[in-house]
Write a protein that binds this ligand. Structure first.
Ligand SMILES: Nc1nc2c(c(=O)[nH]1)N[C@H]1C(S)=C(S)[C@@H](COP(=O)(O)OP(=O)(O)OC[C@H]3O[C@@H](n4cnc5c(=O)[nH]c(N)nc54)[C@H](O)[C@@H]3O)O[C@H]1N2
Ligand SMILES: Nc1nc2c(c(=O)[nH]1)N[C@H]1C(S)=C(S)[C@@H](COP(=O)(O)OP(=O)(O)OC[C@H]3O[C@@H](n4cnc5c(=O)[nH]c(N)nc54)[C@H](O)[C@@H]3O)O[C@H]1N2
Ligand code: SF4
Ligand SMILES: [Mo]
Length: 675
């Protein structure tokens, strides 16, 4: 039996694992003891990461639409048709009638080639991906504050914190290995504070758990800064030497006294003072956040408010400090790094500033105008402004907000080509479906949440006629007249290293088992686990004053409950992979609506009753699950289940700064089905 070292395909923790190969088939997984972050541990999804590989549903041949069915086709037919239909739309309606959505499940190399395809072959900056629904506010918020929208510190650094403030992150379920470092810090004597509307497992383990009201984050974060300033806990030396804009923030937060905001955020004034003191008085305080902070129409402001806290207390650039936005998909960090974004090339080089550099490198002229973001692209498709779309490894029919509108958008397209490893609700609407290799069947790299660039190694062949996606993309590039001569994924990485400064020193022969933290500017550079040590790349760290704004929708008489959406430990997103793993499916076989027992009693709802939820956008039915983990007035649904798609209910109201939809808040009503 052979053991191939690779990187887990699920979450941004980026655990190392071995795939066990027997007779050319992957028969098992074991953890990697020498992996520096995961150190011989995996969560249950990692242990079962091989189980979907040979599932009979895997896509094995290209498919082409004939009327209302998809028929088998050859690669030549499928690629010719894709080339012809996209070229026709390009000729008749121009490059900005086309768009590409890339995959955070894909490798860096695949994302790089798709963004090159959008810009160089189609001539449009309409390229984006699921990061828009995930950490777009982090890119915008931390990007403006620190010059980089990435996790400031390594995961290991969290283990060295004296205080960790976790907010809007269900860490033990969604980033289990990061949670283990947080708990290690606590076991060493550190203080763990969790602020979250739901009582998560980590909240139960915390030294201090503070329930918050959804959508109120700017209010309580500003109040903490108010206390820090009022009580003289500001790190004056750091603020004077390394930051700008403090005075303006001081003025704005002076209005956010704990007494003034306690009603808005549901946190008693005394509690706010206590949290502020604990965070600011420690030698090393770290902040960890995820979707509870970003998935709001105020997402960028929420992130900036947290950045203001770290800047005011000098909690940056040292082990145990920092701001840690936990990236979700195993390669959503990398997909952003690769420029699968409408306003950036790879390496966060702005379209508006770096066009000439890429024109020279690729030898052609490139579009000037930044493109549309993911949710905007869907609106444009519905209105007929986007006519052709490539969707590589995403399932927007289940993952994007306001599903009915997404369906209208995808159905309105004149041509849709989708790549995936399984048939999905999205591939079902495509004109051409291209079957591609999964993580175990290809070479490449993933970049984890801590900016660790790691190898993905081929352990087995893809099923049937499925091909490695970077080869498919390279093939399409050449059909559009862009010469490529990549012999391997590592040659794609050579091109990336030449163009993205943070990846300048990264090559496959250096990655080994440990990988490298970017920025790694040259071949002798050891990588950078902790950012902003001596200076910010933008010179000084930038405070920006932010004011509390209420969410896009509030419960009212007609829709009296606030629905929050999210995930479970056992499933990943739209369930294409985890729902095909029997052990995971057995743990959580279907959708449920979590409701507080007091609310359930008032409505005559008992455990496992079927209930219907309705919002202004649509309705879904599922079984009720009564839990004290949800406060009265709030409901929770995971969005994994296409038979009760939570996104039927969500709205596509956007954060003006990052274009993130407010996925964490929808006003809904609920009733028992038999009433
Ligand atoms: N098992 C599993 N792991 C995953 C994923 C998966 O699907 N399954 N997905 C991956 C991806 S892409 C991502 S982005 C991450 C997501 O990881 P998380 O962001 O941890 O996951 P969510 O379930 O979205 O939950 C966010 C938390 O925010 C809280 N919250 C809701 N509203 C608010 C609010 O207004 N303010 C605050 N402060 N908190 C709020 C919720 O109660 C919840 O605890 O997980 C990654 N890991
Ligand atoms: N209501 C609500 N909606 C949400 C969220 C929420 O919290 N609430 N969270 C949002 C967030 S944070 C995210 S990140 C998005 C996720 O949204 P998506 O990324 O659309 O969701 P996934 O189900 O992970 O889709 C990935 C697809 O890639 C396929 N795939 C797997 N491996 C490969 C591969 O190697 N190559 C290719 N080409 N395809 C592959 C899978 O089969 C799957 O169909 O959902 C967002 N939507
Ligand atoms: S914690 Fe994340 S990366 Fe690690 S094994 Fe689990 S899903 Fe995979
Ligand atoms: Mo995500």
């Amino acid at each position: 039996m052979e053991k191939i070292h690779t990187t887990c395909v699920y979450c941004g923790c980026g655990c190392g694992l071995f795939l066990h190969v027997e007779d050319g088939q992957v028969v098992g997984v074991s953890p990697s003891p020498s992996h520096p972050m995961s150190r011989g541990r995996l969560c249950i999804k990692g242990w079962l990461a091989h189980e979907f590989l040979r599932h009979p549903d895997r896509l094995r041949t290209p498919l082409i639409r004939e009327g209302d069915r998809l028929r088998k086709a050859t690669w030549k037919e499928a690629l010719n048709l894709t080339h012809q239909r996209l070229s026709d739309l390009l000729d008749s309606h121009g490059p900005d009638s086309l768009a590409v959505l890339t995959s955070a499940k894909g490798t860096n190399e695949e994302n790089y080639l798709w963004m090159k395809f959008a810009r160089a072959a189609l001539g449009t900056n309409n390229v984006d991906h699921a990061a828009r629904l995930c950490h777009a506010p982090t890119l915008a918020g931390l990007g403006q504050a620190f010059g980089s929208g990435s996790m400031t510190n390594s995961i290991e650094s969290l283990g060295q914190a004296d205080v960790i403030l976790v907010t809007g992150s269900n860490t033990t379920e969604q980033h289990p290995l990061v949670a283990s470092y947080i708990l290690e810090a606590q076991a060493r004597g550190g203080t763990l504070m969790v602020l979250d509307p739901r009582r998560t497992q980590l909240a139960g383990l915390a030294d201090i758990y503070v329930p918050t009201l959804p959508g109120s984050d700017v209010a309580w974060i500003n109040a903490i800064l108010n206390v820090i300033i009022a009580e003289g806990l500001v790190d004056r030396e750091f603020v004077d030497a390394r930051t700008e804009g403090f005075e303006q923030v001081r003025e704005v937060v002076s209005r956010y006294t704990p007494e003034a905001v306690q009603e808005i955020c549901g946190i008693p004034a005394q509690r706010l003072r206590e949290i502020a003191r604990i965070y600011a008085e420690a030698e090393r305080s770290a902040i960890v956040y995820a979707m509870g902070i970003t998935q709001h129409v105020t997402g960028t402001d929420n992130v900036q408010a947290l950045a203001n806290l770290a800047l005011a207390t000098g909690n940056l650039g040292r082990p145990g400090t920092g701001i840690c936005p936990l990236r979700g998909h195993q390669n959503v960090q990398g997909a952003c790094d690769m420029g699968a974004l409408p306003d950036f090339y790879c390496g966060y080089q702005r379209v508006l500033l770096a066009r000439e550099k890429f024109e020279k490198a690729w030898g052609l002229s490139l579009p000037e105008k930044p493109g549309l973001t993911a949710v905007e692209l869907m609106a444009a498709a519905r209105e007929g402004r986007i006519r052709g779309m490539v969707i590589s490894g995403e399932n927007p029919m289940v993952s994007y907000p306001d599903r009915e509108r997404i369906k209208e958008a995808l159905e309105a397209l004149e041509f849709l080509v989708a790549t995936d490893i399984f048939p999905t609700e999205t591939t079902a609407l495509a004109d051409v479906v291209l079957p591609v290799a999964s993580f175990a069947e290809k070479d490449g790299t993933f970049t984890s949440t801590e900016r660790r660039v790691q190898r993905v190694r081929k352990a087995t062949d893809p099923p049937g006629e499925a091909l490695t996606e970077w080869q498919v993309t390279a093939e399409l590039l050449s059909r559009f007249g862009i010469e490529t001569c990549y012999q391997s994924a590592s040659e794609v990485m050579e091109e990336i290293a030449a163009l993205a400064p943070q990846y300048g020193g990264i090559s496959y022969d250096r990655l080994g088992i440990e990988g490298l933290h970017w920025p790694c500017p040259d071949v002798n550079h050891p990588g950078t686990p902790i950012l902003h040590g001596q200076a910010f790349s933008i010179g000084r760290g930038r405070f920006r004053a932010v004011d509390y704004r209420p969410p896009h929708e509030a419960p009212d008489q007609e829709y009296p409950f606030l629905l929050s959406t999210g995930r479970s430990l056992y499933h990943f997103h739209t369930g294409t992979m985890t729902r095909r793993v029997p052990l995971l499916d057995r743990e959580v076989p279907g959708p449920s609506v979590e409701i507080n027992p007091a609310d359930a009693r008032n409505l005559g709802i008992r455990e496992a009753n079927r209930v219907t939820l309705e919002s202004r956008r649509g309705r879904v039915s599922a079984r009720a699950h009564l839990t004290e983990g949800i406060p009265p007035g709030m409901l929770f649904m995971a969005f994994h289940f296409q038979e009760a798609p939570a996104n039927q209910l969500t709205a596509s109201a956007l954060d003006p700064l990052s274009k993130m939809p407010g996925l964490k808040i929808s006003a809904v009503r609920i009733r028992r089905d038999d009433q």
